[in-house]
Design a protein around this ligand. Structure first.
Ligand code: DGY
Length: 323
């Protein structure tokens, strides 16, 4: 009787168990660490695999795909973003690429709103003042921030996450919701969002949330020229990708009070060194890329990446198919 060989899957990190449970009938090898796999280890471990379960910290380029060889059918990333994968090289080799859309929408949208409020209301400065014994008698003009009520909010990228942010911000009584994207989206009407060109959005918004992907079109879209056109009271929030902002220009803009404050969950580079000049600024709050850090999201992301692999093995459509 012919023996059917088990399909081989390489997983580039320890990931939440629900995804691993789904793959139990395959031959799964894991980079058994919480730290990112070094590129040379990745190259050593991929030859002959049928599927690669990877993360956004792994560079999946032609060299990795060549090392994997002709069995490789699918690269499934446990992330929404896929800028770490060379899509064109995968396409050339007929390798399907899958991501994990939807399952982290709520966690990232919640974090975006949290970061927005932390930043507009200067909450971390308040916490630090208490810890450092700087809390004196009540002062009328101490640690004053800006409120959302009657403000104009701009969203760059009204996709699932941008829409999630918009829905959460509406009850704050904002004056207007503007958005800019590669195209107009139908559900903008649900939240009363108005499509505007990029220039109008940056000039008119008091708060801007970057919720888009990093693409050649969005790379360093926020730079010196743009900061000069923004309002001086503007607050910029980025939970999309760090590369959308030119960080040296952001530093100058915050130092020169061209804009009021920034809240970043994503930076360029990542991790941002503790000595980076942005870290020293009181009006810049930086989080370590933790938008989807909830157990709900991470378990679902792991499951979705695994399901995507199984779907490809079974010749079905995957949940997150990157084209
Ligand atoms: C993603 O999924 O791309 C996020 O940036 C990490 O959760």
């Amino acid at each position: 009787m012919p023996t059917t060989e088990k399909k081989r899957i390489y997983v580039t990190r320890r990931v939440p168990q629900p995804g691993m449970d789904l793959l139990s009938e395959y031959e799964v090898k894991i980079w058994d660490s919480d730290e990112a796999i070094p590129q040379e280890e990745l190259l050593k471990n991929v030859p002959g695999i049928d599927a690669l379960f990877c993360l956004l910290t792994d560079k999946i380029d032609a060299e990795v795909l060549d090392a994997a060889g002709p069995n490789l059918k699918v690269v499934a990333t446990m992330s929404v973003g896929y800028e770490h994968i060379d899509i064109a090289e995968c396409r050339k080799r007929n390798i399907r690429v899958c991501n994990t859309p939807n399952v982290s929408t709520d966690s990232v949208a919640e974090l975006t709103v949290s970061l927005l409020l932390l930043t507009t209301r200067r909450l971390l400065e308040g916490v630090a003042a208490v810890k450092n014994g700087e809390w004196g008698k009540w002062k009328p003009m101490w640690l004053c921030g800006t409120e959302l009520t009657r403000r104009t909010v701009g969203i760059l990228g009204l996709g699932r996450i941008g829409y999630g942010v918009a829905r959460r911000l509406k009850p704050f009584g904002i004056k207007e919701l503007l958005y800019h994207d590669v195209c107009q989206v139908c559900y903008a009407d649900d939240v009363g969002a108005k499509f505007v060109d990029f220039e109008t959005m940056i000039k008119e918004s008091d708060v801007i949330c970057i919720c888009c992907n990093l693409t050649p079109q969005t790379k360093e879209k926020f730079n010196k020229q743009i900061f000069k056109k923004m309002k001086n009271n503007a607050v910029l929030i980025n939970t999309g990708r760090g590369g959308v902002i030119k960080h040296d220009d952001l530093y100058d803009a915050l130092r020169n009070n061209d804009i009021f404050a920034a809240g970043l969950d994503v930076t360029d580079p990542e991790p941002l060194p503790a000595k980076h000049q942005l870290v020293s600024l009181p009006n810049c709050i930086i989080l370590p890329h933790m938008g989807s850090n909830t157990w709900d999201s991470r378990n679902h992301m792991s499951e979705t990446a695994a399901k995507n692999i199984i779907s490809v093995f079974e010749g079905q459509c995957a949940i997150g198919e990157v084209h």
